[in-house]
Design a protein around this ligand. Structure first.
Ligand code: AMP
Ligand code: ZN
Length: 494
């Protein structure tokens, strides 16, 4: 018997605006697609929050016993500036500014993305397809849409005919927008554009001579529109109709709305059963975003190198901070909030470490099974991690009371408590007790750092400040802070 057979999971479906009982298309299997990053710069903590939200979903579905195929793409072509149909390709622009090849940009920031998500203990997806690896498939989808009468060719570009589509289907059903209203919300006017109507969007764009990211197609050299890759790759790896599609809240429109239109126009059926949208991480009350500079990078958190931070914080503390909020709520980042999370995280880890030494008794003053049921109830209610964490702290309180002989627990209840704590804290929430990892290798690590401190002191004595600063800065980037005091240099790990 799998856990999913005894746990009725409810998911908030953005398209219906309701929490619905989750029923996969194929019993025991889940197909999930999440829009991945556009790899033209380092991921900021806002991006991390969205991927962590879906990591929680992935982990819990797996915990329930589902076989999950989790597809998350890498956008390495076609995403233009301002999410619009004109302007420079984001990756090509970065390549021009850094004077490197577009694929060097893609490689550099894909590696950064993977390293960052690994640090936060996000599980890798089952398949991670790229837009450039699926140009042929994207061209095939465009051909189908043209054949079905929902797209037209102008001067080497192909556009999706939104008004035509809306005669038989409903464009705007996800973002709750009316096609008529969209006319007023677009910056282009009909006369200035080669589009029939301003609501139309590009499936394929003709490449101007200076556009270096280009591929041959039946309509001439060009590149795919941004929305097309997700329709193409989700269909290829999950089928025309699959269970869950996720992404950040800001992708609802136009990206996901256009994905629905493309899928319906090419296959004739609605592609997704449950649409999930993760809410934003804000800084100073405003959306964290690359373009405005209102963001914080993961490395700045691990090193503490940012004015808004009083000290460094570990990846698990940061993860814990994010999971203490519901994935559908806005979360504001601050040093105080992280500090509070660190305290809570340490209390949780200490309690888990104390579990092994607890004495058992003939009676329990704590109903472990009822508590376990409450933990599942929280997660079954649309992955409500803050409520789950509140229940975990109820258990922390009990563990501390039992340790102080102020409460009792039977062997059976202790087993339930241990098993459930480990499953939720480590498998479902994906937290790690970094303090333990540091302890096991502390002798070697400590010795190595002491050696570097000594070399730095020698460099300073020789007035070789370039070397001494390099040692300090590179150690800081690795999460090792040096502090100079009157009795010499000490270090701390973040
Ligand atoms: P991008 O690389 O810009 O396409 O973004 C990758 C993912 O991060 C998308 O799902 C965005 O919705 C999400 N994202 C961007 N900014 C934020 C933010 N401040 N908070 C949460 N998610 C974000
Ligand atoms: Zn997408």
């Amino acid at each position: 018997m799998q856990l999913y057979q005894t746990n009725e999971l409810k998911i908030y479906n953005s398209i219906t605006g309701e929490k619905e009982v989750f029923k996969p298309i194929t019993e025991g299997y889940v197909g999930m697609y999440v829009c991945g990053p556009t790899v033209y710069s380092n991921v900021h903590l806002g991006n991390v929050r969205t991927f962590m939200s879906f990591d929680l979903v992935f982990r819990y579905l797996k915990h329930l016993g589902y076989k999950v195929r989790y597809v998350r793409n890498i956008t390495d072509a076609g995403h233009l500036e301002n999410d619009a149909d004109s302007g420079e390709d984001r990756i090509a622009k970065k390549a021009r500014l850094e004077q490197i090849e577009p694929m060097e940009v893609v490689q550099k920031y894909t590696v950064d993305f993977h390293n960052t998500l690994n640090k936060f203990n996000n599980l890798p997806p089952s398949i991670e397809p790229t837009a450039t690896g699926h140009i042929i498939e994207q061209i095939e989808v465009i051909k189908e849409i043209i054949e079905n009468g929902f797209a037209y060719v102008v001067n080497g570009s192909v556009y999706f005919d939104v008004l035509k589509f809306n005669e038989t289907n409903e464009y705007g059903k996800l973002s709750k927008r009316k096609v008529e209203d969209l006319i007023h919300n677009t910056r282009e006017t009909a006369g200035q554009s080669e589009k029939k109507n301003p609501q139309d969007f590009a499936l394929w764009k003709k490449a101007e001579p200076q556009h270096i990211m280009r591929w041959p197609s039946p309509w001439g050299d060009g590149f795919p529109g941004w929305h097309l890759e997700c329709t193409t790759m989700s269909t290829k790896y999950l089928g025309e109709h699959f269970d869950i599609h996720g992404g950040g809240m800001d992708l609802k429109f136009p990206h996901h709305e256009c994905e629905i239109a493309q899928a319906e126009a090419s296959t004739g059926q609605s592609p997704v059963n449950y649409w999930m949208h993760a809410n934003l991480l804000t800084l100073n009350g405003k959306k964290m975003a690359k373009s405005t500079g209102n963001n914080i990078l993961p490395n700045e958190i691990f090193t503490g190198n940012n004015d808004i931070l009083d000290k460094p914080y570990s990846p698990s503390v940061t993860r814990f901070f994010m999971l203490q909020a519901n994935y559908r709520s806005i979360l504001d980042f601050s040093n105080d909030a992280l500090l509070a999370s660190e305290k809570g995280f340490n209390r949780l880890m200490e309690a888990i470490n104390n579990l092994d030494g607890l004495k058992t008794a003939s009676t329990s003053s704590f109903d472990a099974q009822a508590w376990k049921d409450r933990c599942y109830e929280a997660m079954n209610d649309d992955f409500n991690s803050p409520i789950l964490i509140a229940h975990l702290f109820d258990a922390v309180k009990q563990i501390n009371l039992i340790k102080e002989d102020k409460a009792t627990i039977t062997k059976e209840d202790l087993n339930i408590l241990k098993g459930t704590m480990h499953a939720f804290v480590f498998d479902v929430l994906g937290l790690q007790d970094e303090r333990n990892t540091q302890d096991t290798s502390s002798d070697k690590l400590g010795g190595t750092i002491e050696l570097l401190i000594q070399l730095r002191a020698e460099a300073r004595a020789n007035k070789d400040f370039a070397t001494s600063d390099k040692i300090r800065d590179e150690l800081a980037a690795l999460g090792v802070q040096l502090k100079d005091g009157k009795d010499g240099t000490t270090f701390s790990l973040s």
